[in-house]
Design a binder for this molecule. Structure first.
Ligand SMILES: [Zn+2]
Length: 126
């Protein structure tokens, strides 16, 4: 079954490639019309005034997207698949975890007494 599907895919790719070769002039003309590089006052005037002017915007959007992605990857919880912000370093490891995945951070919020008890234990351990 896999060989049949693979063979069918190869045949489809070859057919698409043959159609591309046969209709190359038509496709070239279609691309020229839709990118604005045909019948303008000068070569590529229509491209840079229309379709090509979006290249700068696409570059900016891509740069912002990469920056946001990198920032999210750096600050989020190191547990795989968790998108919470990893505020709490796990001692003895290089990982930062969210309060849901960190073993020592209470998930429902810490009371003042709990915080003072943790501090007291820390001071006694010193
Ligand atoms: Zn997490």
């Amino acid at each position: 079954m896999r060989k049949f599907v693979f063979g069918l895919l190869v045949l489809l790719v070859l057919a698409a490639f043959a159609l591309l070769i046969v209709f190359f002039a038509f496709l070239r003309h279609w691309a020229a019309v839709h990118t604005g590089t045909l019948n303008e006052s000068g070569p590529y005037y229509g491209f840079w005034s229309g379709f090509g002017s979006d290249i700068g915007e696409a570059t900016l959007i891509t740069a912002v997207g990469v920056g946001v992605y990198t920032g999210v990857r750096k600050v989020n919880c190191h547990t795989k698949g968790c998108w919470r912000i990893g505020h709490h370093p796990l001692e003895g490891t290089p990982y930062h975890l969210c309060r849901k995945h960190h073993p020592d951070v209470p998930t429902k919020g810490a009371s003042h007494e709990h915080i003072l008890e943790q501090h007291r234990k820390y001071m006694e351990a010193q």
